[in-house]
Design a protein. Structure first.
Length: 268
C-alpha cells in the first residue's frame, strides 16, 4: 500500500519514509528521521533530530520525538532516538534524544503504551510491553524493564531502574530503584507488596508468586537482610528464577548510591 501524506505537512526530502505510512496534516518531519512501514502519525506530530521509528506505531497529535535533551551541559552532539515496533504514543508525549554521557541513544522497545503528556527524558531506556499513564515524567538515564506499569502523575528520578513486572501507584515520587515483581507507591515510593494482579495477568506460576511473597516478607517486613533472606529461601527450596532475579536486582541496588544501582555511573 502506498504512503498517504496529507496536505500542509513539512517533510524534509532527506527523511526516509517506508511504504504504508500515514502522515496527518501539519506534521513536521526532519532530515534525519526514518519512519517504518505501517506507522501512523496523526496531525501536528513533530519528528526531529536523528530519530528512527519502527513499524506499525501509532503517534497521536502533539507528540514530539527527537528534540534536543533538556540538559544544560548538552553541546549539540550527534545523539539519537530509536523507537521499536507497535507502540502507541498518545497526545503530547515527548521523547528527547540522548546526551553524550552514555551511549548516545534514547530508546523505546516494542508494544509499549505511553499515555497523554508522558515525558521520556534523554538517555532513557525503555524495554517492551510497558504502560506509562498520563503526565508521568521520567528523569534522564531512567531504565524501565519489560512489562512494568507506571500510573499517572509519577515522577521518576534520574538514573532510576524500574524492574520487570513492577507496578508504581499514582502520584508516586520514585527516587529509588523499583525491584522487579513489586508494587510500590508513596512519597517517596516504597515496596508495599508484590504486584499480585500483574503477575497473575502475565501468567506467572502459583509457585513463583508464593516464593516472591515469601521473599518480600523476609526482606521488607522482617528485614532479615539480603544474605540471610537468600539462605532462608534456599533452605525452603524457594530460590525459583523470579526470586533469584529479585535478589540480584536488590544486590545491584545496594551496591549503588542513594538507592539507585546505576547512580554510580553518574559523573561526579
Amino acid at each position: 500500500m502506498a504512503t498517504h501524506i496529507a496536505e500542509h505537512v513539512s517533510i524534509d526530502p532527506r527523511a526516509e519514509i517506508d511504504d504504508d505510512v500515514e502522515i496527518g496534516p501539519f506534521c513536521v518531519i526532519g532530515p534525519q528521521a526514518r519512519i517504518g512501514r505501517g506507522t501512523k502519525l496523526e496531525n501536528n506530530v513533530t519528528i526531529t533530530g536523528r530519530t528512527t521509528i519502527g513499524e506499525y506505531n501509532h503517534i497521536f497529535p502533539g507528540v514530539v520525538i527527537g528534540a534536543a535533551p533538556q540538559d544544560i551541559s548538552y553541546r549539540g552532539g550527534d545523539t539519537e532516538v530509536v523507537i521499536g515496533d507497535r507502540n502507541v504514543f498518545r497526545e503530547c508525549v515527548t521523547i528527547n534524544r540522548a546526551t553524550e554521557k552514555e551511549d548516545g541513544i534514547t530508546s523505546v522497545g516494542d508494544h509499549n503504551f505511553l499515555m497523554a503528556g508522558a515525558h521520556v527524558a534523554h538517555d532513557c531506556r525503555l524495554g517492551s510491553h510497558i504502560v506509562i499513564a498520563n503526565a508521568t515524567l521520567l528523569g534522564g538515564h531512567t531504565q524501565i524493564q519489560d512489562y512494568a506499569a507506571l500510573s499517572g502523575g509519577v515522577a521518576v528520578h534520574h538514573y532510576t531502574t524500574i524492574g520487570r513486572f513492577s507496578f508504581i501507584g499514582g502520584l508516586a515520587r520514585v527516587i529509588h530503584d523499583v525491584p522487579p515483581y513489586m508494587l510500590v507507591e508513596g512519597h517517596p515510593a516504597r515496596p508495599r507488596c508484590i504486584n499480585i494482579v500483574g503477575l497473575k495477568r502475565n501468567n506467572l506460576t502459583a509457585e513463583s508468586i508464593h516464593c516472591l511473597n515469601e521473599a518480600f516478607r523476609l526482606i521488607y517486613r522482617n528485614k532479615v537482610g539480603l544474605d540471610r533472606a537468600r539462605e532462608m529461601l534456599r533452605g525452603n527450596d524457594q530460590l525459583v528464577p523470579a526470586v533469584n532475579e529479585l535478589l540480584s536486582f536488590i544486590q545491584c541496588q545496594q551496591e549503588g548510591r542513594h538507592g539507585r544501582g546505576r547512580e554510580r555511573r553518574r559523573a561526579a
